[in-house]
Design a protein around this ligand. Structure first.
Ligand SMILES: Cc1ncc(COP(=O)(O)O)c(C=O)c1O
Length: 436
């Protein structure tokens, strides 16, 4: 058969096309994390030696998905499970999730309160879409992950609370209290991105009890309740001595208002599998399912089938947890030890003991100092100094909504080797020793 002559396409001036797009599309800020990641990838591609602590992802060489899960996906494809899944997720998976939550958290979600979708992001986006009317107030603390973007996309008015180091940069009921009465939705994330800290049962319970009290009044007066978006994508990843708590287990009356996001992306290092779920009151779940259907944000059917079987396999989960947690804890503990050693050598750093997720929070107190005659003013100056002079790539808390120059940074443990972490500390020590 004759192939047609190939015509090169010209899309014309891209700037004027871009200017013609919607306000929502054009006003979306590029993620500060992606910008940094791009810069770091370019350096690595040029052959520069960089310890890349910027990505909230896993390197599958160090963090593969469970073998049984990988095999289950292949088997499901071989069985021909390649047509559309049910829009709310296949029943077997929703049953496995319900059983898993009952086993681990002691609360039973019925099947119609579990909606499966393609990762955690659709849960967050769907929740914003289902709850937030243009102009509605969305309450969240910073540093936190992506709330500003979702709020922008849905026309929400962001009410931002700066959380403090004292509470592990997680919000408290006292910080939220002045803003509760006017808010449509409140957002929580524990274990936190970027903080790597876990909300205690008390801290979470106090916020939820305040929400329930607020909603008693609102619903008695026929007003819309305050909803809670609760991101527990890292719920399975906590360090020894920490416990992840489910809102419905701490304050059962809050279940009516809470949308919890969960999935396999972080818990089983399966960020590329694209499978997440929400735990939610059935009326809300049905609406979010319908919204997400228009984006086709369903999880692939072979993955659904495989995760359904995997979540039932308590022994396989336990074995995987031991292996993955050990690798993660080795990395986070090496970072902690390294920073404590720098601090006890009198160098201007601070850090927070890791509690969960795949992140370590470290502070470089370098503002007002000089290196090579160059004065350091902003967190961006610190970031560039660490990158250029020590080959260490980190993300400032400002990429997570913090406005002030605090010197706090997120270090991700998911894509580095132990060797890289060990090599990084002498370089940091030498650089920090030079700072005048
Ligand atoms: C706190 C938090 N929530 C949700 C997500 C999104 O998860 P997914 O990759 O499953 O969409 C991420 C991803 O980095 C995250 O850090």
């Amino acid at each position: 058969m004759n192939q047609p002559a190939v015509r090169e396409l010209d899309f014309g001036d891209q700037q004027s096309l871009d200017a013609a797009l919607s306000i929502a599309a054009r006003g979306l800020q590029e993620s500060g994390i992606l910008k940094i990641t791009r810069q770091v990838r370019a350096m690595i591609a040029r052959g520069e030696s960089v310890v890349n602590l910027t990505v909230g992802d896993f390197d599958p060489r160090y963090f593969p998905i469970p073998e049984k899960l990988a095999r289950g996906i292949q088997d499901a494809v071989a069985r021909g499970e390649t047509n559309y899944p049910n829009p709310e997720g296949i029943p077997a998976l929703r049953q496995s999730i319900s059983d898993y939550v009952a086993r681990t958290a002691g609360v039973r979600y019925p099947l119609d309160s579990i909606v499966v979708c393609s990762g955690g992001r659709p849960v967050l986006y769907g929740a914003y879409r289902a709850i937030v009317n243009p102009g509605d107030k969305v309450l969240f603390s910073v540093p936190s992950w992506q709330n500003d973007s979702y709020s922008w996309l849905t026309g929400g008015e962001s009410i931002v609370v700066e959380s403090s180091r004292a509470s592990g940069f997680q919000p408290t009921a006292e910080e939220f209290a002045p803003h509760l009465s006017g808010a449509a939705m409140l957002c929580l994330c524990s274990p936190g991105n970027p903080t790597g800290t876990v909300m205690s049962e008390q801290q979470l319970g106090d916020i939820l009890r305040a929400v329930v009290a607020e909603n008693r009044e609102r619903e008695a007066e026929g007003r819309r309740p305050l909803f809670v978006l609760h991101d527990q994508m890292y719920g399975a990843l906590v360090t020894k001595g920490q416990r992840h708590v489910y809102p419905a287990a701490v304050v059962p009356e809050s279940a009516r208002y809470v949308i919890s996001a969960d999935g396999v992306s972080k818990a089983y290092a399966g960020t590329g599998l694209r499978l997440g779920w929400m735990l939610v009151a059935p009326a809300i779940g049905a609406r979010i399912r319908d919204i997400l259907s228009h984006a086709g944000a369903w999880a692939p059917k072979p993955e659904q089938s495989a995760v359904a079987a995997f979540l039932k396999d308590e022994a396989a989960i336990a074995e995987f947890r031991v292996q993955m947690d050990a690798r993660l804890h080795d990395r986070l503990n090496a970072m902690q030890e390294g920073f404590l050693a720098l601090k006890s050598a009198g160098l201007p750093v601070d850090s927070i003991n890791p509690q969960g997720a795949i992140y370590f929070s470290a502070q470089f107190r370098l503002h007002g100092k000089t290196v090579d005659g160059r004065s350091i003013v902003t967190d961006e100056d610190i970031r560039m100094l660490l990158l250029e002079r020590a080959g260490v790539a980190v993300v400032p808390f400002q990429a997570f909504g913090v406005r002030e120059e605090t010197g706090w940074f997120r270090l991700s443990a998911g894509a580095v080797s132990m060797d890289e972490i060990h090599e990084m500390f002498p370089r940091l020590r030498a650089l920090l020793g030079e700072v005048g």
